[in-house]
Ligand binder design. Structure first.
Ligand code: FES
Length: 287
């Protein structure tokens, strides 16, 4: 069995749900739904924050392992391990924020990823304590063991990102599937004018159309976070935004920008015009 098949089995390990549920609810209530949670998701960055923040502890722990293999004083490696431990805190906070709004299969893998990171962190703590007690050899053994566990955890993180597409932009394909220029979508009379989202398809791409009186907004329908159906979402009272029904990401109907996470990538917003009673749409950058 190749390693990815083993991790795929982990995705379906339903007994983990007994832990996933309470931890997820604990993380959600701790973070709330405001600017702290959005900051940790990376809404301000337009990109998940967690993969950016993990560079510091990974770099520090790996550099410490290299120094430990050389005939040099132990103090620089100790400083790097301390840096790695401290910098894990914001990286873990961002990772937990993302994890709390994932699919259940992703959360099972993510739970083991977080548990492995915790074990690795304890090993590095033991390493630091041993070094400070003058037991350099034991300290090196703990940090090499920590790096081994961290590597396993990194493998799970890679599976989450590349096999399970957690953190990826799920609306990326849209401009490659839409033909350039104006496209006929529907008769204007097919649209309700009451601001209720309607589901339509263009070149196999799903769209959500919202008409409110004379104003018509068209976005790609599948949420950039994890492909939730925006046409089943809710439009704000002022008609400015639409909220995804799956994890609550909110997008501007005018330009598709993210108003609230967990999504960090915008929805594709279409230009609209009415010609001879037909609604036509155009996606800037399509083709
Ligand atoms: S799919 Fe998660 S917020 Fe839309």
């Amino acid at each position: 069995m190749n390693p990815f098949e083993s991790v795929s089995a982990l995705e379906d390990a339903k007994p983990l749900d007994r832990l996933v549920g309470p931890v997820r609810e604990g993380v959600r209530s701790l973070l709330g739904g405001g600017i702290v949670r959005d900051a940790l998701h990376g809404v301000w960055l337009g990109h998940p924050l967690h993969p950016v923040l993990v560079q510091v502890p990974i770099g520090a722990f790996t550099s410490a392992a290299i120094l430990d293999s050389l005939p040099v004083d132990d103090s620089a490696a100790s400083a790097l391990i301390a840096t790695g431990i401290v910098s894990t805190v914001p990286a873990a906070a961002a990772g937990l924020a993302d994890w709390s709004e994932m699919h259940e299969q992703q959360q099972r893998v993510g739970l083991i990823h977080a548990a492995a990171n915790t074990v690795a962190l304890l090993m590095y703590g033991a390493s630091l304590a041993a070094r400070r007690g003058g037991h350099t050899g034991r300290g090196k053994a703990w940090s090499y063991a920590g790096l081994g566990v961290l590597s396993f955890s990194g493998f799970l993180g890679g599976h989450l990102a590349y096999r399970q597409a957690a953190g990826a932009n799920h609306a990326e394909a849209v401009p490659h599937l839409i033909k350039p220029g104006w496209q006929d979508l529907c008769a204007l009379d097919d649209l309700e004018a009451d601001g209720v989202p309607q589901h339509m398809t263009l070149n196999s791409v799903e769209l959500v159309v919202v008409r409110r009186g004379e104003r018509i907004d068209v976005l790609s329908d599948r949420c950039s976070h994890l492909s939730g159906p925006l046409h089943e979402g809710t439009v704000s009272q002022d008609g400015a935004c639409i909220t995804c029904p799956w994890h609550g990401s909110m997008f501007s109907l005018e330009d598709g920008s993210v108003r609230r996470g967990p999504a960090t990538a915008p929805q594709h917003a279409f230009d609209v015009r009415v010609e001879s009673g037909r609604l036509e749409v155009r996606l800037p950058g399509a083709g």
